[in-house]
Design a protein around this ligand. Structure first.
Ligand code: MV4
Length: 667
């Protein structure tokens, strides 16, 4: 077995591989790009080596750099994870040439499966069922046209070098074929540098069922049952499960046997996945073979109790497969949900930004979290937007689904937009609970899965208002504590004003809608005027943003995350982000009118918006201080000129020090 391996990947898969290595006493070498200098996978490994700039081609795809680090770190093997170089035969060869074991299949097997036409030709000989169609070498228009006539319509033209849905074109009528073929070949040539295509009868309502296979270097091949990956969006898997709902033991056996035959036919070694497309009547056909460990491998690990990365390491080290076919159990049911930094309301556009808050559900029996990020990290635009995977297991599908729902409800993340609410709706959808999974599931139920934005609920507005009021009270108390006159009524955060009622107004913005919440003060509670009527609220804020609130006669626990003027409130599975407007009303964020603006509490200056001599207007943000995991904006108390700026971003400041000085403009 290896003593030290290099993990040529990042994110959750790098952390996951490192976890198994730790358990086996194998030391690990992490590699990272400049954008990943504080990434989670570095802390998961024993060593960390910089590859280069953020772009993948200058870092995680840089074969020379990776091999150079492997040599200099003394790594005996390289685990490519998935994506990046995991299915690059040249990289596999370069590893072998450098005397470093490639933890994956032989380069020849990667190459064979990289061409759909070659793969189908090989597997047809092995008796693996193929979709009726054509995958011959004669790529002339005449040959393809006659093959199309034989296949029948509708049919699919697929690029031989394509995969994962790339390079597919549906043709419904004969008269469209010639132009569709020309377009498909042009696209294939430009996308893959290979314009060869194959034809397949178009299967309606297909299911995507894949079989996990494993082969060692001694000719042994086994399968570890199937996974259903039908719930996809534009060929990106979102939710996977094992075993496949409704698959009969006979069909499972037939698909498993066919998959093992496919792996044997190409002299496969290592972890692989044979993808089938299945029709409702149970007929199934080979689609493609993935020559790497897949993102969704944990659901197979949950139903078999096996560690596939450990198997990869043992097989790459020359060991025999740890189990025979009849020693691979199938227990219960598992799901995997993929948490992506992407915005379902913007057609799942990837999002980026700092993770301001991340609360992952506590791992427990039947719940595993494979995360590649931590709170405070930047989600980069350079790499795949997957942040984490939630994997659950239960004795049967409905128990596992119940666990998935609870885990998704318990997960909290604030910062970049994510698909979390979408996943919650997906897991809660009755059609999904009924097992009605097919590849068009998301399109079919799109309106329920991605509903129009709802207005913020009264409960969330009340929690946001309470959080803001408690914050203002905290700041006022601190400013009172550092002032010469701590008991001055001007420091009281109770809305007290000379000749005015004890009231106050908080301004919020929800999207593009502005609204106010009038606040009355009553002893140690607040009276909020909400659209539904008055509500008495009180509570306390923890240093970690936890809010214990009493709304009327109900006690609630919530989490509050503040990012400058944006306030995010999370309560149970509800979340909302509101922008705070009109801080004048607060009146408490400003320092005393002298213009000397002091730090209300110890913290870190994270932004300075002005410089000396600059004209500023009342309430203009001047500086942002971070303290207690929250951010405080110091604003101009009046129109004036910045006379002094004493600190810069990154400076630590003590409570009460003068941060800036603003000279009031002569009236
Ligand atoms: C098909 C098909 C229907 N008929 N082939 C899409 C991904 C690529 N691996 C193959 N895919 C398909 N091939 C025939 N002959 C429908 C799809 C397909 C699909 C397959 C599995 C999972 C999700 C899918 C989403 C759209 C289309």
């Amino acid at each position: 077995m290896f003593d030290k391996i290099l993990i040529a990947n990042r994110g959750e898969i790098a952390c996951r591989i490192a976890r198994t290595c730790r358990g086996l006493g194998i030391r690990t070498v992490a590699v990272y790009s400049e954008a990943d200098a504080d990434a989670a996978h570095l802390a998961a490994c024993d060593e960390a080596w910089l590859l280069g700039p953020a772009p993948a081609r200058e870092s995680y795809l840089n074969t020379e750099r990776i091999l150079d680090v492997a040599r200099r770190s003394g790594a005996q093997a390289i685990h490519p994870g998935y994506g990046f170089l995991s299915e690059n035969p040249d990289f596999a060869r370069a590893c072998e040439a450098a005397g470093i074991a490639f933890i994956g299949p032989p380069a020849a097997a990667i190459e064979a499966m990289g061409s759909k036409r070659r793969a189908k030709a090989l597997l047809a000989e092995a008796g693996v069922p193929l979709v009726p169609g054509y995958h011959g070498d004669d790529q002339s228009e005449a040959a393809l046209l006659s093959a199309a006539e034989e296949t029948g319509y509708p049919l699919l033209i697929k690029a031989s070098a394509g995969g994962g849905g790339k390079g597919m074109r549906r043709v419904d009528r004969a008269e469209e074929f010639a132009s569709a073929l020309a377009a498909a070949k042009r696209e294939a040539a430009s996308a893959f540098g290979d314009d060869s295509v194959l034809l397949e009868r178009y299967l309606l309502e297909p299911r995507h069922i894949e079989i996990q296979v494993f082969a060692d270097s001694h000719g042994k091949v086994v399968h570890l049952h199937e996974r259903d990956c039908s719930v996809q969006r534009r060929h990106q898997k979102v939710l996977e499960e094992a075993p496949a709902p409704g698959l009969t033991p006979a069909l499972r056996e037939a698909m498993g046997t066919a998959a093992v035959r496919a792996a044997s036919a190409i002299g496969y070694v290592g972890a692989g996945t044979v993808e089938f497309i299945a029709e409702p009547d149970g007929r199934f056909y080979f689609m493609e073979m993935n020559t790497r460990l897949q993102v969704e491998h944990p659901v197979t690990e949950m139903i078999t109790g096996l560690d596939l990365v450990e198997w990869q390491l043992r097989v790459a080290a020359g060991e025999q497969l740890p189990r025979a076919q009849n020693e691979i159990p199938l227990h219960g049911h598992a799901f995997e949900a993929r948490l992506y930094a992407e915005d379902p309301h913007k057609d799942f556009l990837p999002s980026s930004g700092r993770i301001l808050h991340l609360r992952l559900p506590e791992p427990e029996l039947g719940l595993r979290i494979d995360a590649g990020v931590r709170a405070g990290e930047q989600v980069s635009v350079h790499y795949d937007p997957m942040l984490a995977k939630l994997i659950v297991h239960g004795p049967d599908r409905s128990a596992a689904l119940q666990r998935l729902r609870r885990a998704l409800d318990a997960l909290q993340i604030v910062g970049p937009a994510t698909n979390l609410s979408f996943l919650r709706r997906l897991a809660a959808h009755p059609a999904f609970a009924a097992g009605g999974v097919s590849t068009d599931f998301i399109e079919r139920y799109r309106d329920a899965l991605i509903p129009a934005r709802q207005p913020v609920s009264a409960r969330m507005i009340a929690l946001a208002a309470l959080a803001e009021l408690l914050r203002l009270r905290e700041i006022a108390a601190r400013q009172a504590a550092v002032s010469g006159d701590p008991y001055s009524p001007w420091h009281a955060a109770d809305g007290w004003r000379l000749n005015a009622t004890g009231s106050h107004s908080l301004g919020f913005r929800d999207g593009d809608e502005d609204f106010e919440v009038s606040v009355g003060f009553q002893d140690d509670t607040y009276l909020l005027d909400l659209p539904e009527g008055q509500l008495q609220v009180s509570g306390s804020m923890g240093r970690d943003g936890s809010l214990l609130a009493v709304l009327g006669d109900q006690q609630l626990r919530a989490t509050v995350v503040r990012d400058r003027d944006h306030l995010t409130v999370l309560c149970a599975a509800e979340a909302c982000t509101l922008e705070l407007r009109d801080p004048y009303g607060a009146g408490l964020e400003h320092g005393p009118d002298s213009g000397s603006l002091t730090a209300p509490m110890p913290g870190t200056v994270i932004a300075v918006h002005v410089s000396e001599g600059e004209h500023v207007s009342e309430a203009q943000p001047l500086l942002v201080l971070e303290a207690m995991k929250m951010e405080y904006t110091i604003r101009a108390p009046m129109n004036g000129v910045v006379e002094a700026v004493h600190y810069r971003a990154g400076d630590q400041v003590a409570e009460g020090v003068e941060l800036l000085k603003v000279e009031a403009e002569a009236l």
